[in-house]
Write a protein that binds this ligand. Structure first.
Ligand SMILES: *Cc1c(COP(=O)(O)O)cnc(C)c1O
Length: 398
């Protein structure tokens, strides 16, 4: 049995020959598992009894009064380990066990996906090795310590810029070396087929739950569903719940960083172009020669040069719209949400909140469902250091 590796023009399997067989094995296992009641039952059980699903939706009373936009939050920040990533790591961890694998390997940037993978490995009794760039390991000590405490081996990557992109390359190489006993647990809707589809499947629980919850509480659908877009897994998870509802506008918010000059942002749809990175064809930030450009964002989770291929398709078809918010807007929203609702969100999620705040006038009277992908504890030191410096007097504050 095979499935379509393409999202219209995007996606595909741009992988070295040594990975073709393991990718086909993974595809077959996934196609079998996704319809298997026993597998789905176990996934559902762990999401409920271990990860903390269903997550609630929260109506933001005070923010709504201030903006005149009806703001609802899907609370992925309340999950175990503090973000949506655990949905995917439990799902792929179960899939790896079903395939008889003994070890999970994964890449990590800021360490969030590494921690979520190490957590799933501990839960399921699998060995775990995480690849992390040396620069990131320096910046994200607490997550490095968490992974070790959870029993993972952390491999520090010195190659290239010693950040996420290099950690992914290294993890892929390691998988090539031992595909029989190892599963590569990719962290977002990226990479060669079938990864973008597998991750989207496991994250689509977000949109499924959210759609039922808003219908129950609002008595109808929201006008807009918005989410931040790094690789794009939390956004795809939300969007998939509403793809069949043409009345619901889908908005993905990328990292606008310090502005749209090369190297200052990660807004792939603003200045990127189609290219290939880490196994799939998608929008990539690259120079004229196809060399990957450096990226910047105040939030580590949005700081990557490529975006999931399904997003490229949704943008081209016009079904979803993609915008970008600056570091400054995200930091302002981070503080606003804390003060008006008592919720300290991840800086990634704050980009989506920032977009709603800045566009309150054109959204007036509408209901907007924001996927709050994670909590902000991990960002506290960094955000507070930046807040004083970056927030200028003209920043709109509520
Ligand atoms: C990793 C992360 C993201 C970005 O990843 P996506 O695949 O785009 O969802 C967003 N929010 C949080 C809290 C994260 O940890």
């Amino acid at each position: 049995m095979r499935s379509d590796p393409y999202f219209e023009l995007y996606g595909g399997v741009f992988a070295p020959e040594t990975l073709v067989a393991p990718l086909e094995e993974l595809e077959a296992a996934w196609l079998d598992a996704r319809d298997n009641p026993e597998f789905l039952g176990e996934f559902d059980r762990l999401l409920r009894t271990y990860a903390g699903r269903p997550t609630p939706i929260t109506f933001c009373q005070r923010l709504t009064e201030q903006l005149d936009v009806h703001v609802w939050l899907k609370r992925e920040d309340l999950l175990h380990t503090g973000a949506h990533k655990i949905n995917n790591t439990i799902g792929q961890g179960l899939l790896a066990k079903r395939m008889g694998k003994e070890r999970l390997i994964a890449e990590t940037g800021a360490g969030q996906h590494g921690v979520a993978t190490a957590t799933a490995a501990a839960l399921l009794g699998l060995e775990c090795r995480i690849y992390m760039g040396a620069v990131d390991a320096q910046r994200q000590r607490p997550n490095l310590e968490r992974m070790k405490l959870l029993g993972a081996e952390v491999e520090i990557v010195e190659a290239g810029t010693a950040t996420l992109k290099d950690a992914i390359s290294e993890a892929m190489r390691a998988w090539t070396a031992d595909p029989v006993s190892t599963h590569y647990l990719l962290g977002s809707v990226l990479g060669p087929h079938p990864f973008p589809n597998i991750v989207a499947d496991f994250q689509s629980v977000i949109g499924r739950e959210a759609r039922a919850q808003v219908i129950e509480t609002l008595g109808g659908l929201p006008h807009v569903a918005a989410a931040c877009v790094g690789g794009g897994s939390n956004a795809i998870g939300l969007f998939r719940g509403f793809l069949g509802d043409p009345g619901v506008k889908l908005v993905g918010v990328e990292a606008g960083g310090r502005g749209l000059a090369a190297g200052e942002h990660a807004a792939r749809f603003a200045t990127g172009s189609p290219g290939v990175l880490h196994g799939c064809c998608t929008y990539v930030l690259q120079d004229e020669d196809g060399q990957i450009q450096p990226t910047h964002s105040v939030s580590a989770g949005l700081d990557y040069a490529a975006v999931g291929p399904e997003h490229a398709m949704l943008r081209e078809s016009g079904r979803a719209r993609y915008v970008h918010e600056t570091d400054q807007s995200a930091l302002a929203a981070f503080r606003t949400l804390a003060r008006t609702e008592g919720i300290i969100c991840a800086l990634e999620s704050a980009h989506a909140v920032g977009w709603v705040i800045r566009n309150a006038e054109s959204l007036a009277g509408q209901s907007v469902l924001i996927n709050l992908s994670g909590r902000g504890d991990k960002d506290l030191d960094h955000a507070i250091g930046q807040l004083g410096r970056v927030l200028s007097a003209e920043t709109k504050e509520f």
